[in-house]
Structures are given as structure tokens and as C-alpha cells.
Ligand binder design. Sequence first.
Ligand code: NAD
Length: 499
Amino acid sequence: MQELTHYMNGAHVKGTSGRFSDVFNPATGEVQAQCPLANEAEMDQAVQYAMAAQPAWAAVNPQRRARVMMKFVDLLNRDMDKLAEALSREHGKTLPDAAGDVQRGLEVVEYCIGAPELLKGDYTDSAGPGIDMYSMRQPLGVSAGITPFNFPAMIPMWMFAPAIVCGNAFILKPSERDPSVPLMLAELLEEAGLPKGIIQVVNGDKEAVDAILHHPVIQSVGFVGSTPIAEYIYGTGCSNGKRVQCFGGAKNHMIIMPDADLDQAADALIGAGYGAAGERCMAISVAVPVGDETADRLIEKLIPRIEKLKVGPYTSGKDVDYGPVVTAAAKANIERLVQSGVDQGATLVVDGRNFNLQGYEDGFFVGPHLFDNVTKDMDIYKQEIFGPVLSTVRAKTYEEALGLAMDHEMGNGTAIFTRDGDAARDFANRINVGMIGINVPIPVPLAYHTFGGWKKSVFGDLNQHGPDAFKFYTRTKTVTSRWPSGIKEGGEFNFKPME
Ligand code: NAD
């Protein structure tokens, strides 16, 4: 059995806490590795290394720091297949999906190459008599990030690339369910020229997270994961005086207007609802067709498409649409919610229960499900299922559909499918959700914009990546200087150059 490590001060180190968690191969259900779970002393050791390394790194000029990111991009491209394979093996997603996970992280690293420009300060000449004023952005010191299982390459890169290029040291606490790719990323960063101690990966669970939240040296904490944990980390981190940003769960609605191209909408729902087994925070989990006729036609188009979906292990190649979910516990939770939908009166139009894949009977595969006639009071509507389950809530009017998405406590992403520009514009303006798609089902902003939801999908002020990340990982310092010798009474200039 493979025993995984932490990555500290430029080396792989064994866990010393004596606690481990199982890392599964989701396709077979086998335990393939043991992940060490750090205790407070191990986290403190990483912080000491980070503290020792960070001042010299902050003193490296931004252009040189950006060059490390340039080289890192080259190495990510060189190792893309290797990273994707390692990611699929622990997460279960298909190889193209895994490569996409690496790619969307890489794009943020590319954005960070612009650090010399993005970190430039402001300057006001002659703000008063003999007075100049300038602002600069300085790194925070030691930053930490806690990341979820569903994007084990992308989300760590969204955090550590801006943190590091701004001159911070970064401690990553990745998901204990798929920790191998984060360890590989740390190695690649050092191959790209990053000094040791600036990126460290400390594996663990709540104990390691609490050690981060209570460590007096750690200045900022980034978190991505489920809403209850986001709420806990935000509250605890802020009350300990840290800068904290937390991104939580989602329940993304897609409104389908009667004038929409229904084939396009149905294709979009297949990708956004079932892709990556629904384990995406930007997955569409609720379809809201407006009018019964739209709903009937949409369901008619969805059924054959869902029945054609191929579910299988990543090793089956590109023909597979989605793989297993991450653990047996995740599978059991999806099954529990599906059963609650049936019990609470929703119509299970496509029944993925009892899905069985020959040769992979112990894998964590879940068949695709489609519900119709879902109502607001049902658990499948209120809770995030994080599985291949699409719920249809029928709305009589556009206002009713808009109100549904507005009233839901989550506000990560949403989409409208329509040919009506007025409706699309009205939707984008009024909806209280952070990321909006117009005839785009998964509206993930690109690296140079920012990513973040509203309502219970976020805790904190600044979004991920884009210009917000440079604000989150730096502090502004403003200097006001006065050189009064050149000023005569009355403010007249009296400067004599030196002979
Ligand atoms: P999770 O909340 O279970 O775990 C996230 C991280 O928190 C992990 O590193 C885990 O070790 C740690 N953790 C778990 N329990 C903890 C506890 N009690 N105390 C302290 N730390 C704890 O989330 P997950 O299952 O890994 O990921 C899926 C969730 O993440 C979904 O809800 C999904 O919507 C959300 N997500 C959100 C975004 C976003 O940008 N909003 C992006 C990706 C995923």
C-alpha cells in the first residue's frame, strides 16, 4: 500500500501523527493509498519553514518571480498527460476532464505572469507643497489554502499562483481524498525555480485545518468546499484576525424560455448536469422550463440523450461521458437524496438506481437520473446533491422562474436559454447570483476576470483569480513624503540644482 507524504521545505516528508485516511480508486472501490493527516506540530513545522523562506522571496523582483510562473506553465504542459492520469486515478473523472482541470489552473498561472504590471502601485506627484504620495502593494507573509476534492489541480493553482507571485509563502491543505496531484504541483514549482519553503503541501483533515485557523503567523486563508465548512472557516479565521475568503456550495438553475432553441438547451443540460458526474460547483442541477409545453418538449429531448450517456472508468478512453463519484459515502448520499425525491412526490423520469457496470461492481458509479415535477419544499431542490441528478421545476411564467433562482439560498452560477435579448438582459440585471450564462450553461469566467458566487455560495469580499486575487494576497501601504526645503513661504518654488 502506497503511503503518501507531505511536501515541506523542498522535500517529501512522512506523516508523524500516526493518523491516515484511505485514498480510493473510485472506479474499483479499492484503497490505493494512505494519506497522512497532519497534527498541529506538523503544521507548525511547515509555518516555520515558510516564515524562514518568505522574506528573501518577497525581495526577489516581480519580474523574476513571474519567470518562475512562466517556467511552471512549460512544465505543466510537459507533464499534462501524467498529471491528468494521476488526477483521474484518485478522483475518477475522465481524462479529458482531468486535463481540463489542469488547463483551467494553468490559465491562472499564465495570468500571474503579468505580476510586474498587476503589482504596480500608484503615485501622486505634488499632492501638496513639496508633498508626494505613493501606494505600494506588499505581500502578506504566510498564506494558507484549503481546497476541495472536485478540482484537485485547478483550485490549488487558483490560490497558490497569485499568492506566490505576489511574494507570499503558501501552505496548501488539499483534499485528503485526492492529494497526489497537489504534491506533484509543488514539485513542479520547485523544478521551475521556486525556492524551497515557499510552496508546501500539508495533508490532513479538520485537525490540520484548525491548526491553520489558529496559527498566529498565518495571515490569510482561502477556502473552497461545502457551505457549512466555508461558514465555519470564515467565522473562525476572521475572529482570529486573518484575512479570509471562502467559496461554498451551489444549486445552479437554468431557465429555459419558450423561445429557446430546445436542442441546444437539452445538449447544454446534458453536459452541465451530468458531466464530471455532477461533481462541479458550476454544474446545473435545476432545470426551470417556462410553461408546460416547453417542459414537455424539453423532457422529451432530454430522455434519449440521457439514455445514451456512457458511464465508465477513465481507463475506457474518450468514449466515456462521466466516471464514478469520489467515494462510497458520496454515492450513498446521492442515493439517499434520490430516494427522498421519490418519497416526497417528484416524478423520476429517468431512473439511474441500480446502475451496474460489469467488472466494476465495487466502483462508486451512479447512473444518470432525471426528475420532473420537483417543488421548492423537496430536499432534492433545497440541498446540493453533487451527483448526476437533474431536477426539473416547472414555472408558469418568466417571473416565477426568476423568483425561484432568486429565493434559493445558494447563488453560485445560473443560466438562461432564450432568443429574446430583453429577457436575457433583464435576467442578467436582476438575478442575485454571481456568475450568469446567457445561452451558456457553465459560465466559468476566464482567468483575467474573477470567479465567485453570491449568497451562501461565498463568504468574504473578494473573488478568486483575476485582479481580485492580487488584492487578496497583498496589503496596500501608502507613503506621504514631504521635502520642504524647496518651498518658499507662500508655496513658491525655490529649487536650486546642486552645483
Ligand atoms: P468539503 O467541504 O467536504 O471539503 C473541503 C475541504 O475542507 C477539504 O480540504 C477538507 O479536508 C476540509 N474539511 C472537511 N471537513 C472539515 C471540517 N469539519 N473542518 C475543517 N475542514 C474540513 O468539500 P468537498 O466535498 O471536498 O468539495 C465539494 C464541495 O465544494 C461542494 O459543496 C462544491 O459545491 C464546493 N465547491 C465550491 C466551489 C466554488 O468555487 N464555490 C468550487 C468547487 C467546489
